[in-house]
Design a protein around this ligand. Structure first.
Ligand code: 2ND
Ligand code: ZN
Length: 356
């Protein structure tokens, strides 16, 4: 078997479920926006700034990794900036061969210069719409769904959950909580999750990244999460002989999607290296594994690069890359018929060609 090359992977259709809008800005855009508002940055060139983000995020701790977002959030405080960043995000993902993406951000972090929550959401939705239209015209169509995130240390989750329901027919496809995990269990936001369940809405929860099984257990059994953001620490419930504990068995039996983010996990210390990343084991055991970028800026990565790293580390070929892609598409928060159409009309024919 000849290993898929980076260029071939880039052209193959990919689906991405876990990508942060404020973790994926172009360095040149940050410089541009920062100059306009007098925000001081740690580097003066796009290359230097890109390198700074990767190095600063390479900290071994989620808390320090998250500190780097101060610079991206600072330049995303006006309608123009939000539209621009969202538009460029859709274009960059489409150029990388991503045909379906769920991109998340926390509206409550974009109110510092007077925008209100609805204005923030509408700016981002408009930006995605513009970017997707341009990408389609350029021959690289992409469907972008938005997830609204509430910050787990804050107390606005109910408000953000309501916002996600309010905009669910306008491009918002789900809800999430993010931020430092240790000390902020998902059950702090139980009212928001219960509300979303009553509203028949979808949500994922960052869990099992910087904290282990109790966080995953709460996310699923108390909060009712449809998917796990990361969830990588589910391996703590798998014995050396590969026998599954009750929680791991539940996650696998119920086909609960794991939004794994290899490079991000290495940077925050959730995995020692790509080669030692639990994605290899979890795939072998046939958990519902998906591959994701988390924060393209902080990891200096892309969807194609994450897949290429896995090809290199685990010897994966097209059949595994197709499996990850179909897993992601099956786990998406858009309606079933739309997921099926992307799988049958876009993903499978392309991989069939690559495998022939
Ligand atoms: O991997 C992550 N874990 C927890 N929180 C995260 C991660 N990546 C980004 N965030 C936070 C920082 C962002 O400002 C926020 C919304 O996108 O979500
Ligand atoms: Zn994340």
């Amino acid at each position: 078997m000849v290993a898929p090359t980076y260029d071939e992977i880039r052209r193959a259709p990919k689906a991405l479920l876990h990508d942060h809008l404020d973790g994926g800005l172009r360095p040149a855009t940050i410089l541009d926006l920062a100059a306009g508002i007098g925000h001081e940055l740690p580097a003066a060139t796009p290359e230097g700034l890109g390198e700074w983000f990767v190095a600063a995020a390479d900290s071994g701790s989620l808390e320090r990794y998250l500190e780097t977002f101060a610079h991206t959030v600072a330049v995303m405080q006006t309608r123009e900036a939000l539209v621009r960043v969202a538009r460029e995000c859709a274009l960059d993902l489409a150029a990388d061969g991503v045909v379906y993406a769920e991109v998340r951000f926390a509206p409550e972090q974009h109110l510092a210069q007077g925008l209100v929550l609805t204005e923030v959401v509408e700016a981002v939705l408009d930006g995605f719409r513009e970017g997707a239209a341009e990408a389609a015209a350029a021959g690289t169509p992409i469907r972008v769904g938005t997830l609204l995130t509430a910050m787990r240390h804050a107390a606005r989750s109910m408000e953000i959950a309501e916002l996600s329901v309010q905009y669910r027919d306008a491009g918002v496809v789900g809800f999430d909580i993010a931020g430092a995990e240790a000390g902020y269990p998902p059950t702090r936001h139980l009212d928001a999750f219960e509300y979303l369940q009553r509203e028949n809405s979808h949500f994922t929860i960052h869990a099992g990244e910087a904290f282990g099984l109790p966080s995953i257990w709460q996310a699923i059994q108390w909060c009712g999460a449809d998917r796990l953001g990361h969830g990588v620490r589910i391996v703590d419930d798998i014995a050396a002989d590969n026998s599954l504990g009750r929680l791991a068995a539940y996650v696998r039996d119920k086909r609960i999607p794991l939004e794994l983010c290899p490079s991000s996990n290495v940077q925050t210390g959730a995995a020692a290296s790509i080669r030692e990343h639990p994605i290899g084991l979890l795939r072998d055991l046939r958990f519902r594994v998906t591959v994701n970028t988390d924060n393209r800026l902080m990891s200096g990565t892309s969807m194609s690069r994450e897949m290429a790293l896995l090809v290199e580390a685990f010897g994966y070929g097209w059949s595994e890359l197709q499996w990850f892609t179909v897993n992601a598409m099956k786990s998406a928060f858009i309606p079933f018929d739309e997921r099926l159409a992307l799988i049958n009309d876009v993903i499978k024919p392309a991989y069939a060609k690559l495998m022939s």
